[in-house]
Design a protein around this ligand. Structure first.
Ligand SMILES: Cc1cc2nc3c(=O)[nH]c(=O)nc-3n(C[C@H](O)[C@H](O)[C@H](O)COP(=O)(O)O)c2cc1C
Length: 427
């Protein structure tokens, strides 16, 4: 008997709720590059980096997080898009990132309390609760709790950045509501202790996310994609839980949202960097570590669901698209780190090349430094691609970390000078 085994095609197009088509199921997930120029604008290095991904055949490029507020950056060298920034550098960036019908979306973000004290930033958050990283907590300022006007201003900033993203030629935006940044801080009862309309029960904690989606939608065209990156959970006791994520997606179902990407964790519990205690223990679940939950969510979501985290191999990516145990497969797979080491990943998978992507592990005893070194190794590859060089997977983690620290110090000085300078209004 001939049993047809369903093969999930990574190369089948996906039609979004807004009617736009993504040419395949592979997305380059957001990676903060810290590669903006001295005016916090995208320049040649970012254009070259994004062109290398576009040339590699990826269906969707999600940018590293772009800042909606010049006074609140996730890190030095961050791209800022507000109405005081010139639009032309963003137009050039979009042109480099969009090729052959590909899509490129800007990930738009406000970090809330997850900003670095060294950058001289005054942190704001739902409540005045600082980041708790033990001996490293002093690296982050204690935030001021936002008032009503402050919340309204931030919602309006998300909308302005989205409007400008469309004007620049990007095909969508992704609202960052994960990884412990501002919207995620509102969602989590650990960081949101408010007793007004923005805190308390989940519906209040989710209000800012739903308001941002509505405000963004109100200023962009129907064909422009609006997506959300959401935590499956904070992976902290008493935090945002998987059942909360399901409920938030039910609310997002009622809005014109084109895609939900699932991730997890925060600076305090960096689940997005490695296997949290989720999944069934199968290889695919260990490698694509949010997949189990993404399937549950796909059963509830009306919009396509994308899963990101740990995917390196084609077989695992394909498995994520397939139904399993009565639950649907996901619509798209998001891949971050592997794209830094292999920008041509989609075309090489399509050619059926046996591709072994080795992302060096850093087995240092100090987990905080090991994690920083791993990030530094990835960012080293991004800078190399931005210079037109080949990735260098065997680079020394220690040297990459030292280099990253030097760059961070220099870029922090550049940021402090830039933010102190007056700027005109462009957009
Ligand atoms: C260098 C680096 C920078 C990142 N920056 C962002 C970011 O700006 N926004 C975001 O949502 N996730 C960011 N992430 C997380 C990735 O999008 C992704 O969720 C995570 O790395 C897991 O996927 P991977 O195993 O394919 O790398 C970053 C990851 C890395 C390695």
């Amino acid at each position: 008997m001939n049993i047809a085994i369903p093969t999930a095609s990574l190369f089948a197009p996906l039609t979004l709720p807004n009617g736009a088509v993504i040419s395949n199921r592979i997305a380059k997930a957001a990676m903060e590059e810290n590669m903006a120029d001295s005016n916090q604008l995208p320049g040649e290095a970012l254009r070259r980096l994004y062109a290398s991904w576009a040339d590699g055949g990826v269906g969707l490029i999600l940018s590293g997080n772009v800042m909606i507020d010049p006074a609140a950056l996730t890190g030095p060298g961050g791209v800022v898009l507000d109405e005081r920034q010139p639009i032309e550098p963003f137009r050039a960036w979009a042109r480099a990132a969009i090729k052959d019908g590909g899509q490129a979306w800007l990930q738009i973000n406000h970090p809330g309390r997850q900003v670095f004290a060294a950058m001289g930033q005054q942190a704001v958050a739902p409540s005045a609760i600082g980041v708790d990283l033990g001996a490293y907590s002093h690296l982050f300022p204690v935030p001021r709790a936002l008032d009503e006007a402050g919340i309204a201003a931030i919602v309006a900033r998300f909308a302005t950045t989205a409007r400008l993203a469309e004007a620049a030629g990007f095909s969508g935006v992704q609202i960052h509501a994960a990884h412990g940044y501002l919207i995620s801080q509102f969602l989590s009862p650990l960081t949101n202790r408010r007793t007004d309309a923005w805190g308390g029960e989940l519906q209040n904690r989710a209000r800012i996310l739903l308001d941002v989606v509505k405000a963004v939608r109100a200023v962009v065209s129907p064909g422009f994609a609006v997506a959300v990156k959401l935590n499956s959970a904070d992976f902290q006791k008493g935090g945002f839980a998987a059942s909360d994520a399901v409920q938030v997606v039910r609310w997002l179902n009622e809005l014109p949202v084109d895609l939900v990407e699932l991730s997890g964790g925060s600076y305090e519990s960096p689940a997005m960097q490695g296997s949290p205690q989720v999944g069934s223990g199968s290889t695919a679940a260990r490698e694509a570590y949010f997949l189990d939950f993404a399937r549950d969510l796909s059963a509830v979501a009306r919009m396509p669901v994308m899963v990101t985290g740990g995917i390196r191999r084609r077989a695992v990516a394909e498995q994520a698209l397939l139904p399993s145990e009565g639950r649907p497969g996901v619509a798209m797979v998001g891949i971050a780190s592997a794209f830094a080491f292999e920008p041509d990943l989609p075309v090489r998978w399509k050619r059926n090349e046996a591709l072994e992507i080795v992302i060096p592990s850093v087995g240092w005893r100090n987990k905080a430094y090991a994690s920083l070194a791993k990030m530094a190794l990835v960012k080293l590859q991004l800078r190399r691609l931005g210079k037109g060089q080949q990735p260098k997977p065997n680079a020394s983690p220690l040297l990459a970390l030292i280099r990253q620290q030097i760059i961070t110090r220099r870029r922090t000085r550049l940021y402090r000078a830039w933010v102190a300078r007056p700027r005109g209004i462009h957009g």
